[in-house]
Design a protein around this ligand. Structure first.
Ligand code: S3P
Length: 169
């Protein structure tokens, strides 16, 4: 029996917004892995990347995945790179339905055009950075999910789609 729901997908796919709504509707507890890490380290994700580097941030993600996989009735919004490490994907999925919020580069750009909080997108050519990273990652999101939903849709509709999938399981 899987006890949690884990939302995976690219930056700007709506994991946190959808996760909050979904957790309220299901009566589950919402956890955002980026926020969890920021609170634990007392630094923002950007500060962690700048001070300790991406590899260190990835080790923190592995620790969080392990801790959360032992809990119940959680909706977990992951950082967009969480499942790049297959071990994290397996750990989280061992106790969760894994839902991929599948998003187009156009939607990501529209949602994050003014955002400066994602170090991997702080690039002079944001469009190219998004397209290249999405291309590299989509197969990994696909491999790490049980189901996918079209996250170009409104976040309300995405939440309803996931609820309906949960109802059928
Ligand atoms: C990252 C996504 C971010 C955050 C970090 C790295 C990534 O989370 O974990 O900036 O590698 O895709 P969001 O997906 O919540 O933006």
């Amino acid at each position: 029996m899987k006890n949690n729901i884990v939302l995976i997908g690219f930056m700007g796919s709506g994991k946190s917004t959808v996760g909050k709504q979904l957790s309220k509707l299901l009566g589950y507890t919402f956890v955002d892995t980026d926020l969890y890490i920021e609170q634990k380290e007392n630094m923002t994700v950007s500060e962690i990347f700048a001070k300790h580097g991406e590899a260190y941030f990835r080790t923190l993600e592995t620790e969080v995945a392990e801790v959360l996989s032992h809990k119940e009735r959680l909706v977990i919004a992951t950082g967009g790179g969480m499942i790049l490490n297959k071990k994290n994907a397996q750990t989280l999925r061992s106790n969760a339905l894994s839902v991929w919020l599948k998003v187009s580069p156009e939607t990501v750009l529209e949602r994050l055009k003014n955002d400066t909080s994602r170090p991997l997108l702080n690039h002079p050519n944001k469009t190219k950075a998004i397209e290249e990273l999405l291309l590299q990652r989509n197969a990994m999101y696909n491999a790490a999910c049980d189901v996918n939903v079209n996250a170009d849709d409104t976040l309300e509709n995405v939440t309803q789609s996931i609820l309906s999938i949960c109802g059928k399981m």
